[in-house]
Ligand binder design. Structure first.
Ligand code: GLU
Length: 491
């Protein structure tokens, strides 16, 4: 079976995380069937059009490995992919609907329609067009057209009719035509509305499966009526349930946190994001959690998409991302990190470039299991790349660690110096640990008591890797240097 799916966004903003899920499901489904996924731009509402958003969208799709097979301005451009370039087509089809008595001219002014809406709202009635122009005679219409009265064109919804469609995810959806509004199809500026353009394009572009999110379900009966009016076979519909934010609220539309760009910028591992997003509302009916793109393509099944709302949880995404990071070998991880820094933090990329590759890799290796995303690297490693530091004495004194005053801290710093000078560079954190523990026990002290001031001396922070890891990474010479510096400062 040939399958053509499409993503049909209105270019208004960054790429929402929920759009990414829609794209992903469209992409997976098309690829599973060895067929085509295309991108069409629904830009008929010119007031909301944001120019940079399309280039940006293509960049984001590329970053997530979701390149469409057809997109605006592709080299073999089969047809225009911007709806604004297809206005003649819509006009032609809407005229056909008029001719077949499936649509009608509406000459109501916007003031009248506002008034009508207000009245209906006051009476708690559904807001719908009241058929004022539905039964105008041919002469009346002609007269208004001759006098250039502005008009829209509305869909003529039959009075008594059950409209239904079989949704792959939701099952049969059925509505009474009396609950369906006579939708405007062509606006007074001759731009089509979403409904007309969407149906015409899906048909002309041979779209076989419309996979979009649930918010569009109420529009689908109108679309079904149009397919019927044109004598076209409708595509198969699959409406994906809504995505909620962690607090179970609807994802607000315009906060940076719901944009895919923000996740790219924080540099979560792409595979992890894709993996996580795929599972938001779908699973392969097993407890498996990790899938490559190829495995997703193989296993994805629209029928297994859940009917219930899905909840987007950053912690779960971080968990996935951390898991993916741990799986990478150091070489790959290092290269990825360099790429990330060059793109988002050139200053730090420069800092790293001044250090030996082996030193950098040693740091990455130690941190690998702790990183949730590469964007955390700077914060977690700054003390490895900087010897200029200011330690407040308050940080050294720590009642909990039984370092009641600076003299006690100094005593343990001298002990650490002694240990370092008695040993060669350590080959592993375990080795540092064994040696230090032996010495500390000899001094009849607790490990944490001695290691606290050492950690501060080496990282000048209380939130840092373990003192023993710091010693391993910095080597003995640099560690001694930093401890000596601190002691000099304290004396
Ligand atoms: N232009 C609509 C949107 O912005 C497309 C909906 C559909 O996929 O039919 O979401």
């Amino acid at each position: 079976m040939s399958v053509i799916t499409r993503f049909a966004p209105s270019p208004t903003w960054f790429v929402h995380i929920w759009s990414l899920r829609t794209v992903l499901y469209n992409y997976l489904f098309a690829k599973k069937m060895w067929w085509k996924f295309m991108l069409r731009i629904e830009d008929t509402d010119q007031t909301r059009y944001v120019e940079w958003s399309i280039e940006n969208l293509l960049r984001v799709l590329h970053a997530f490995w979701l390149d469409p097979d057809e997109w605006p301005n592709n080299p073999w451009k089969v047809w225009p992919y911007y709806q604004s370039e297809r206005l003649d087509i819509y006009k032609k089809y809407v005229d056909e609907l008029i001719k077949n008595d499936k649509a009608y001219y509406c000459f109501c002014s916007s003031e009248r329609l506002d008034e009508l809406r207000k009245e209906q709202q006051e009476l708690w009635l559904p807001t719908k067009y009241d058929w004022h122009c539905k039964w105008l005679s041919t002469e009346e219409i002609q007269e208004k057209l001759n006098s250039w009265t502005p008009y829209t064109i509305r869909l003529k919804v039959p009075k008594w009719k059950k409209i239904f469609f079989d949704d792959i995810i939701k099952g049969r959806v059925e509505v009474d035509s009396k609950d369906v509004d006579d939708q405007v199809l062509l606006k007074s500026d001759w731009f089509p509305t979403y409904h007309l353009a969407n149906v015409v394009d899906d048909h002309l572009m041979w779209v076989t499966h419309v996979i979009r999110w649930d918010e569009w379900t109420p529009s689908t009966p109108k679309h079904i009526l149009m397919y019927e009016a044109f004598w076209w076979t409708p595509p198969t519909f699959a409406h994906i349930p809504l995505l909620l934010w962690m607090d179970k609220k609807k994802l607000s539309k315009r906060t940076w946190d719901v944009s895919c760009e923000s996740y790219l910028e924080k540099w979560y591992i792409i595979e992890a994001i894709i993996n996580y997003i795929a599972l938001l509302g779908w699973n392969p009916k097993s407890t498996e959690e990790f899938f490559t793109m190829d495995e997703l393509i193989e296993k994805f099944d629209l029928e297994a998409v859940h009917k219930a709302w899905a909840v987007f949880d950053i912690e779960k995404l971080e968990w996935f991302s951390a898991k993916y990071l741990t799986k990478l070998n150091i070489e790959t991880l290092y290269n990825l990190l360099k790429k990330y820094l060059e793109k988002y933090d050139s200053e730090y990329a420069y800092t790293l470039s001044k250090f030996d590759d082996n030193y950098n890799k040693k740091i990455i290796k130690e941190l690998q299991t702790r990183l949730k995303r590469l964007g955390e690297y700077r914060e977690l490693t700054k003390f490895f790349y900087n010897d200029v530091w200011h330690i407040s004495q308050d940080l050294l004194v720590n009642e909990k660690m039984k370092i009641e005053n600076i003299d006690i801290a100094k005593k343990w710093l001298y002990l650490a110096l002694e240990i370092l000078s008695a040993n060669n560079d350590f080959q592993s954190v375990d080795e540092v640990k064994n040696v230090f523990v032996e010495w500390i026990q000899k001094a009849e002290m607790k490990n944490w008591q001695v290691l606290w001031p050492v950690r501060i001396a080496l990282s000048w922070e209380k939130e840092s890797p373990w003192a023993l890891e710091l010693i391993f990474i910095l080597w003995n010479k640099k560690s001694s240097e930093r401890i000596n510096n601190l002691l000099k400062n304290l004396n």
